[in-house]
Design a protein around this ligand. Structure first.
Ligand code: ZN
Ligand code: ZN
Length: 146
């Protein structure tokens, strides 16, 4: 766990996250693909451990029955994916690691919705956990996914 600061492209939204794990993952689902323009590289941080500056600039949208996505209303940088549905993942934020002022020192350990990854690219390296959409439906207990 580490303390890391970060923010959006224009600087209107800044944050400090105090319980940032080393491990992060990629999500190749269609919604993350459209949201980020590629795939989401995100780290899971509990909402309670994040302090925001410029929070009034955060625009949130419920993007499925169980989660919302948020971005800076001024510059459009994606800020987080958050599970809104009750359950073990409620309140966890998936922060894109690219938002951190220093995005070094993480460990890339999983890829989800791997069966939805476009065939035109792949991440290098081995040893990551790979979960399909069906694996995710079972793990997260949602039917409409993403
Ligand atoms: Zn911004
Ligand atoms: Zn996704």
């Amino acid at each position: 766990m580490s303390v890391r600061s970060g923010g959006c492209l224009c600087g209107a939204v800044r944050f400090e996250a105090r319980e940032v794990p080393e491990a992060f993952g990629a999500c190749h689902c269609e919604m993350c693909r459209r949201w980020t323009g590629s795939s989401l590289l995100g780290v899971t941080v509990p909402e309670r451990s994040i302090t925001w500056q410029g929070a009034q600039k955060i625009v949130r949208r419920q993007t499925s029955s169980w989660a919302e996505r948020a971005w800076c209303g001024d510059c459009g940088s994606g800020l987080y994916f958050r599970v809104t549905q009750e359950g073990p993942y409620a309140g966890d934020l998936e922060l894109p690691i690219g938002l951190f002022d220093d995005p070094n020192g993480f460990r890339f350990d999983s890829e989800i919705y791997i069966d939805h990854k476009p065939d035109s690219y792949a991440f290098a390296g081995e040893g990551r956990r790979l979960l399909t959409r069906q694996d995710c439906v079972e793990k997260f207990g949602v039917l409409d996914s993403e």
